[in-house]
Structure formats: C-alpha cells, structure tokens
Design a protein around this ligand. Structure first.
Ligand code: GLP
Length: 237
C-alpha cells in the first residue's frame, strides 16, 4: 500500500487525476473503474481540463462504474449515470457507448447483476479502479456485512448510507433503498486501485479501513490485501 498525504482537496484531486492520466497515456485502451460521490468531482474536473488541453485522449478508453441506485433512470439527476455524464463523460472525448453504469431501471435486477459482471469480464477486467469510502466503510455500495460479497449484486442500503446520501435528494424518502453494486471480488480483481478520502469526517473510518482488522463489517478493510493500492488523502491521520 502506498499512502499519499496531500495538503488539500485540490492536491488530492490532482494526484488522482495525474495517475489516471498516466494510466490512459500508457494504455490508451484502458478499462477504468469509476466512482461517484462528492470526493472524485475535483479529479473528474481536472481530467476534463487535461483532455481539453489535448494532454489525454479518451477516445479508446472504456469505463465501468461501481454502482447505481435501483429504480432511477439516467435522466434522474440523482442517478449515477446522470452524475457521470455531467461530471466527466460529456466533458471528455470518450465514446459514450464505451461507458458503462449498471442499469437502475432493469426489469430483472439479478439478470442485470449477472450481465454487468460478465460485461466487466468481457472487457478483460479493470485496469485501474477509483474508489471513495463511505462513513461506514463501504466501497461502491458494499455495505458492512457478515461476508464479503464477491460479484455484482443487489444491496439493501443501510440507514447510515441513506442518511449520508439524502443530502443530494429533496427529502430522505426519495433516497432509493436498493442499489446495484460491483462486488468486493469484482473490485479486488482490478489491477490497480486508487482510494480517495477527503474530509475530517472520514478520518476514523479511514484509519479502521487501512490499519484495523480485515473484516466485512468494514468492507474497505479488504483493500489491505490488494497488491497495488494507492491511497490519496487530504486527511491528516
Ligand atoms: C456513495 C457511493 C460510493 C462513494 C460514497 C462516498 O455511497 N456509492 O461509491 O464512495 O458515496 O461518497 P462521498 O465521496 O460523497 O463521501
């Protein structure tokens, strides 16, 4: 594990954007695993700038997102597809048909989970996975549990996640109760992982995840076992 402590959110975003840019320069047909949430917004903004300046070419890149709320379609402003289109895909020269997010409106959720897992395999797996961390230690939407779920699956969102994410919705009742997420196994198969954490409110959970026992009650703790993990954080812990 390599930990970069940065002076600010801006520096954290810059380090992450630089690593992603380097990945795409080294392998222009990279498969990038992408995350949502407020943490990576700065990283995506910088990648858009690099693309606009002609420094990075995304025309052959493919992306797979970690997760999506179940029940929201891509036109819903709270859906993760909407977020990705707005914060990144529409601002870079990526072919939108090469961008993948689980379908939150799929009729059969289990079929959609299987389709998504197969899709990732058919792309040859993920070269670089970007992650944030939830207050309860979730990665993607893998909530604290008794086991580490291996594959893409449907989850019932926990109370703390629903509360935390309600800030993006008009009321807490509008927050979907279910989501589709890559499994812990799907994430751990990525060749390289970057974990971003900013904000003092993440200090305790980040410490637990990186230095505490490896347990499914702190899903991110599994990352300690990944052989190419880079943590970039503006938290002084
Ligand atoms: C959501 C996403 C996660 C993300 C987490 C943290 O629940 N499913 O992938 O890491 O939020 O979000 P934020 O960066 O806003 O703290």
């Amino acid at each position: 594990m390599v930990i970069h402590k940065t002076k600010s959110y801006r520096d954290m975003s810059k380090k992450a954007a630089n690593i992603i840019a380097a990945q795409v320069i080294l392998n222009p047909a990279s498969v990038l695993g992408l995350a949502t949430g407020s943490t990576p917004v700065g990283t995506y903004g910088l990648l858009a700038e690099y693309c606009e300046n002609g420094d990075v070419d995304f025309s052959n890149v493919k992306t797979v997102n970690l997760d999506e709320y179940y029940g929201l379609d891509e036109n819903n402003e709270q859906s993760y597809r909407y977020y990705m289109n707005k914060n990144l895909f529409r601002k870079i020269n990526i072919d939108i048909s090469n961008t993948h997010v689980p379908n939150g409106k799929a009729e059969n959720i289990d079929d959609e989970c299987r389709r998504y897992e197969q899709l990732i395999s058919s792309l040859g797996g993920i070269d670089l996975q970007l992650l944030g961390i939830g207050h309860n230690g979730h990665i993607g939407f893998n909530e604290p549990d008794k086991v580490f779920p291996l594959k893409t699956h449907c989850v019932d969102l926990g109370e703390s996640t629903i509360n935390a994410n309600s800030r993006f919705f008009k009321s807490i009742d509008e927050v979907p109760k279910k989501a589709i997420t890559m499994g812990i196994g799907t994430i751990m198969k990525a060749k390289r992982i970057i974990l971003l954490a900013g904000g003092e409110d993440k200090r305790e959970i980040l410490k637990k995840a990186l230095f505490g026992p490896i347990t499914p009650s702190v899903p991110a703790s599994i990352l300690q076992l990944h052989n190419n993990l880079t943590v970039i954080t503006s938290i002084d812990f």
